[in-house]
Design a protein around this ligand. Sequence first.
Ligand SMILES: *Cc1c(COP(=O)(O)O)cnc(C)c1O
Length: 360
Amino acid sequence: MSYDRIFNFSAGPSMLPVPVLESAREEMLNYHGSGMSVMEMSHRSKVYDEIITGAEALLRTVMGIPGNYKVMFLQGGASLQFAMVPMNLLKSGKADYIVTGQFSGKAYDEAKKYGDIGLAATTKGETFSRVPQQSELSLRKDADYVHICFNNTIYGTRFNYIPDTGNVPLVADMSSCILSEPVDVSKFGLIYAGAQKNVAPAGLTIVIAREELLTKELPAFVPTMCNYAVMADNGSMYNTPPCYPIYICKLVLEWIKSIGGLAGMKKLNEKKAAILYDYLDESALFKNPVSRESRSLMNVTFRAQSDEINDSFVKEAAKNGMANLKGHRSVGGMRASIYNAMPIEGVEKVVAFMKRFEQK
Ligand SMILES: *Cc1c(COP(=O)(O)O)cnc(C)c1O
């Protein structure tokens, strides 16, 4: 069934898989014989408990999360994590940040409120068109953690390697790439992600943290709601969790499992990205401004020579059922966000349209 849906290339919130939306519709008015929707039930009820524990169990299986890691379903978006990470993980007071775009820049600025924050590397001078290599990082051995943004949503770049930080825990913002491919969780001290790009509707933030890094004893200024150990010990139910997004998260994880887990997801995502990049590499009109080795699988940026052409492309594409191809307001040009739920047909359609537009 087509439902007259358009291909939505929004960077977030973004598309959800149709089978997920169909299940949600199916279960909307009476979830599994409970006589109510998931939006209306107590988060402490038995029926809801199955949803949240099921979501965590599935996330653990799909991502291969080791047993010594806690999983938390929080609120406040990835942006609250910019503060929660330093509030919880700064012990000696030092941390190093790799700044590869706007979000990691915000994380860096926020962390500076709490301690001695070093700039391990930045590619700002190259308009963030790549991420730095291992050899470019200046890391302090006595830092409490190193922070990176794994996929840079606005600039369309990503780390194609996991930085080696020795014994210093690595913290990663994976908001725009979580669940897009397999990742070795054991290489990270903490992973966080706002859910609205690849996992669920807005309102849910996933945090995965190595248990030994969490402690309840934090400075008095840290709100209880911002204490990872408290949230983890209470099974993400210190207060009311974002019940409905957690439910959709569970459906999305079931969908990912059904198409071959993260290995299957990666295959599909690589195929989709290749269709776009292969065309961009031969196009005389559109250019991808990113270094080849740093190209994102999730956010593909491109531009023509003038703003006029860019604007006209975005408008024409929208008229033809391909929405939200405008680049982030801070960089201009175009961006196709092709998260997990974007079907391959959407990518084929946009490339066919780009070809026609170029000929014209
Ligand atoms: C979208 C995004 C954010 C901001 O997420 P919020 O949930 O809106 O706070 C942070 N980091 C990255 C990498 C993002 O893509």
